[in-house]
Design a protein around this ligand. Structure first.
Ligand code: ZN
Length: 630
């Protein structure tokens, strides 16, 4: 009866209340719950689009106009639409969520027989979340009962006091068949809702019983802080279930996406640009309490691609800004295997992945208990790149004092280097591997290249796949060129010397090339005094009509920075300009190298490889410079 009434009410919210919700909702705050936003200039914000896979942010939010729009995939709308799309809520659920957030009491239209009946799914998420909230309260209260002594001991033995248990909402599922189920049924939740939520399950006799019994519970929350499931730890020896039990897949709990602790960690993850992935609930608690607030854990599943997606949007991991993802493992074989498996996962992330192996096979929780908070912070600080970790792991199995050992180690390690999809990093690791093995670079290069082509070292080289074509003018590149020219025209005193130092060849767009040439012909930006006279001089020096028009345009177009430009902004802009062209050259070079047979054309191959190494070094330096102001 109750559920039907709710569904009925949920169907019709008064229009003026919906309007009020829109008006009182701060769209940037709502979106910031799941997507890290940075200034995009002009009061607008941008981040990585949650609706398509991208490396640089094209997802824009205008708080002033209360809308969002993605230039990458064309999705867009208001705050209600965002929740519908991002959290798979119905319209009504979205409005209800926003109303609760803004403290608005919604009024519903009185029963209107002519109104279409709401779909049964409407309001479901809200109901399942409400059931979980009630379950959290129930389990939490159980934790202080006599029956929960073992659960309290478990927490105390691991260094968690009452305040810590409170902060994480720890609870206890009592030694009873259906206490929770009865409690929630009394609160109006239906049989179906409790089953769908994963809180209860039908017994063999058909009656409804609690899913969790005699276990210590951690509520698992989504990014917005709603409890969507539980993790349950076995406490008693005669409990023959697995050590950990989790909520099964439900409409609101998807284990491939869920990260325990993300609600508490997300602000710090976005702020610090790094995330620490640990293995269990107690490790998350230990890390947070020890001063590593960026820790999260997967729940009952391995870290996977969907988790990466969630984290990348928080990290705002882009080409210009690289987020760090740090895995902690205890020193055992299983942990190391897991680390090596990361190679098989999302390769784009390999270069930003770090491994922190704890000493003495201790997990962060044990480490904190044995050696204190500082030891946990040290563990994370001592992280090493995943690739280094994996290479060391492989090499350590061989006796490098013998020729055979070195060659075998090279054969085993080369495929790892070849697997680094971020090919700009490969030459660096070829050098490192050669150094670690105490071998010349050339045979290692050959082994890596052979492995990349799917052949063991020394085998015939396969026809290389053609590299993707590099586009001549893409819009972000063009935008950077435009920005550099604006700086030269509008701020010649500030930007002039740096601008002039960057070669004209770095500009690709034909009209930009014309304007760059005109600035040089007018004596260079450093000589420009600024103001209308300088603009006139450049315009006069430009013999291209479109170029002349563009000079006038660029002279007044606002710079893409909030506030006044400073030397740092100039430096970042010029670095980004060159970086674009250097990476373009690197791509061309790589495609050329791929097409050369290193055996028959050895000299040409190594000449190009050498050129590639020095270009990559240049690119790295530029990348650091470009990241300086972002
Ligand atoms: Zn998009």
């Amino acid at each position: 009866m109750y559920a039907e009434e709710v569904a009925e009410m949920a169907g019709r919210i008064r229009d003026e209340d919906i309007a009020l919700v829109r008006e009182r909702t701060s769209i940037d705050e709502v979106i910031s719950d799941t997507v890290t936003l940075k200034s995009a200039g002009g009061g607008n914000l941008k981040g990585l689009c949650p609706f398509h896979d991208e490396k640089s942010p094209s997802f824009n939010v205008s708080p002033a106009r209360n809308v969002w729009y993605c230039f990458g995939c064309g999705a867009g709308g208001d705050a209600i639409k965002f929740l519908m799309d991002a959290e798979h809520l119905s319209f009504v659920e979205s409005v209800e969520r926003l109303a609760a957030r803004a403290g608005i009491q919604l009024r519903y239209v009185e029963d209107d027989r002519s109104a279409p009946r709401p779909r049964p799914q409407q309001g479901q998420r809200q109901r399942l979340v409400a059931a979980h909230a009630a379950a959290v309260d129930f389990y939490r209260a159980q934790l202080s009962t006599a029956g929960a002594r073992r659960a309290r001991e478990f927490l105390a033995e691991r260094g968690f006091d009452r305040a810590a248990a409170e902060r994480y909402g720890c609870g206890f599922a009592p030694d009873a068949w259906d206490l929770l189920t009865k409690h929630l049924r009394q609160q109006g939740f239906t049989h179906d809702e409790l089953v769908t939520a994963g809180l209860s399950r039908p017994s063999r006799s058909g009656s409804l019983i609690d899913r969790f019994r005699r276990r210590l519970l951690w509520p698992i929350r989504d990014l917005t802080g709603d409890v969507i499931g539980f993790g349950a730890r076995k406490l008693f020896d005669d409990d023959d279930g697995p050590k950990y039990l989790n909520t099964p897949e439900t409409p609101i709990y998807k284990k491939s996406h869920v990260l325990y602790g993300i609600d508490q960690a997300k602000r710090e993850i976005a702020k610090q640009g790094k995330v620490v992935v640990v293995e269990g609930y107690t490790d998350v608690m230990a890390c947070h309490l020890a001063g590593v607030p960026t820790a999260v854990a997967t729940c009952g599943t391995a870290f996977g691609t969907d988790h990466i997606g969630v984290l990348r949007r928080l990290l705002m991991d882009t080409d210009a800004v690289a987020g760090e993802i740090i895995f902690t493992f205890d020193g055992d074989a299983a942990g190391q295997k897991a680390a090596l498996r990361a190679f098989e996962d999302d390769q784009r992330f390999v270069g930003r992945t770090f491994i922190a192996v704890s000493p003495d096979n201790m997990d962060p929780c044990e480490l904190r208990l044995a050696k204190g908070d500082l030891a946990v912070r040290d563990l994370v600080a001592r992280r090493e790149p995943l690739v280094d970790f994996a290479l060391r792991h492989v090499i350590n199995r061989y006796d490098l004092d013998t020729v055979d050992g070195r060659v075998e180690a090279m054969r085993r390690a080369a495929p790892l280097v070849a697997k680094i999809k971020d090919r700009e990093k490969r030459p660096e690791y070829v050098r490192k591997l050669a150094g670690d093995l105490g071998m010349e670079i050339e045979p290692v290069q050959r082994a890596v290249l052979a492995a990349a082509n799917g052949h063991p070292a020394g085998g015939p080289s396969a026809p290389a796949r053609p590299a993707p074509a590099t586009s001549g003018v893409d819009s972000p590149r063009s935008m950077v060129e435009r920005e550099a020219l604006k700086l030269a025209l509008q701020e010649p005193v500030l930007a002039g010397p740096m601008f002039d130092a960057v070669e004209a060849a770095e500009y690709r767009h034909p009209v930009h090339v014309a304007v760059r040439a005109a600035i040089a012909a007018a004596g260079g930006a450093a000589a420009g005094a600024g103001g209308a006279v300088w603009i006139e001089q450049v315009r006069d020096a430009c013999d291209d009509l479109a170029g002349q028009a563009l000079v006038g345009e660029l002279a007044v177009e606002p710079l893409r920075i909030d506030g006044e430009p400073d030397p740092r902004y100039v430096s970042v802009t010029m670095a980004r300009l060159q970086w674009g062209s250097v990476t373009g050259r690197i791509k061309d070079l790589k495609s050329k190298i791929q097409r050369i047979n290193p055996v028959s054309n050895k000299d040409e191959y190594f000449a190009l490889f050498g050129e590639l190494l020095s270009l990559e070094q240049h690119a790295r330096a530029l990348r650091e410079q470009a990241a300086g102001g972002l």
